[in-house]
Design a protein around this ligand. Structure first.
Ligand SMILES: C[C@@](CO)(OP(=O)(O)O)[C@H](O)COP(=O)(O)OP(=O)(O)OC[C@H]1O[C@@H](n2ccc(N)nc2=O)[C@H](O)[C@@H]1O
Ligand SMILES: Nc1ncnc2c1ncn2[C@@H]1O[C@H](COP(=O)(O)OP(=O)(O)O)[C@@H](O)[C@H]1O
Length: 283
């Protein structure tokens, strides 16, 4: 068979707010969080092979081939769909790992949607999102591709349409362990639930911020510097820090001042992910 080939975007997400409501019996925390995508991310290229082999050709420092979320997603989909085809995969990785911008989860979702297309499986979004959840709490929102208010551990999604500003995202050169933050005794775990719609004003707090800022001076520094220009927020459990601007020029101006000493990028907020816009254009 001819090798069908496809390159798809794998964008980052930001948590515009994150509240921790409590801890479940299994140790996981009940959250309320608002996910929005940014038009910035990795690019993954897929080429179908007919021998059933799943091969990721790009090496990741510290992530063995079979532990990579891209490979795990592909193998799980292949197994559950009974598909006899395989895939060659390459990734242009620009998203920092462990930065709270969901790179691994996004890669898993791009893989699920890309292979569903190339292998012509015809799975609907519900089924792909359910499979995605077993890979990570943030995978379903990337599968759905719409900005969302998320509850539970992130699996109950309500689509929302917050403003789409330009963001400056700062990337402190430190990886924050999600498990470590969620096990900190000082973490706020009793924020009262809020109602979803419309997107609530004045609820932009991230309950992880005080704990992350105390443990990681690099994150504290990024928050302090960006905070001189706009409200500086933490995404997920960090390490990335971001702030919104009304236009690209203003975001670029602050970026030029801060990226002399810090790494970062400017990107437009988006309620429809780049991945879904690209897939739509293929139909
Ligand atoms: C909190 C978020 C917000 O986006 O953080 P980021 O990963 O984006 O920073 C995510 O939902 C993260 O979800 P997920 O990607 O599944 O977290 P993992 O790294 O698997 O979690 C590592 C550990 O953190 C704890 N954990 C995680 C999520 C959660 N809702 N409650 C928890 O208590 C658990 O001990 C878990 O074993
Ligand atoms: N394709 C992948 N991209 C990024 N990280 C991956 C991938 N596969 C596995 N991982 C592992 O998942 C961890 C979390 O990655 P990532 O999703 O980028 O961070 P975060 O959840 O903080 O946004 C990484 O530190 C890495 O060990």
């Amino acid at each position: 068979m001819t090798a069908a080939r496809l390159t798809l975007p794998s964008p980052a997400k930001l948590n515009l707010m994150l509240h921790i409501l409590g801890r479940r019996e299994d140790g996981y925390h009940e959250l309320q969080t608002l996910f929005q995508f940014v038009d910035y991310g990795d690019e993954i290229t897929f080429a179908v092979r007919d021998d059933g082999v799943i091969q990721l050709h790009t090496e990741f420092a510290g992530v063995p081939h079979d532990s990579n979320l891209i490979v795990r997603a592909a193998k799980m989909l292949q197994q559950q769909s009974g598909c006899a085809l395989g895939i060659d995969i390459w990734i242009d990785k620009v998203l920092p790992m462990g930065g709270g911008i969901g790179g691994g989860s996004s890669n898993a979702a791009t893989t699920l949607l890309g292979l569903n297309h190339l292998w012509q499986l015809g799975w609907d979004e519900d089924r792909l999102a359910a499979l995605g959840l077993s890979l990570g709490a943030d995978v379903p929102v990337f599968v759905r591709g719409h900005a969302a208010f998320a509850e539970g551990v992130g699996e109950k999604l309500t689509p929302v349409n917050p403003e789409e500003p330009w963001y400056l995202v700062l990337v402190p050169q430190v990886s924050v362990s999600t498990a470590e933050i969620f096990s900190d005794p000082l973490l706020t775990r009793n924020t009262p639930p809020i109602k979803v719609r419309p997107v609530p004003e004045g609820n932009s707090r991230n309950d992880c911020l005080p704990v992350v800022a105390r443990r990681y001076p690099e994150v504290r520094n990024a928050l302090d510097l960006l905070g001189k220009f706009t409200e500086a927020k933490l995404t997920g459990t960090g390490s990335c820090v971001f702030g919104g601007f009304p236009n690209k020029a203003e975001a670029d101006k602050v970026s030029a001042l801060l990226t002399e000493t810090l790494t970062g990028f400017v990107a437009k907020g988006s309620n429809i992910s780049m991945l879904h816009r690209k897939l739509q254009s293929l139909l």
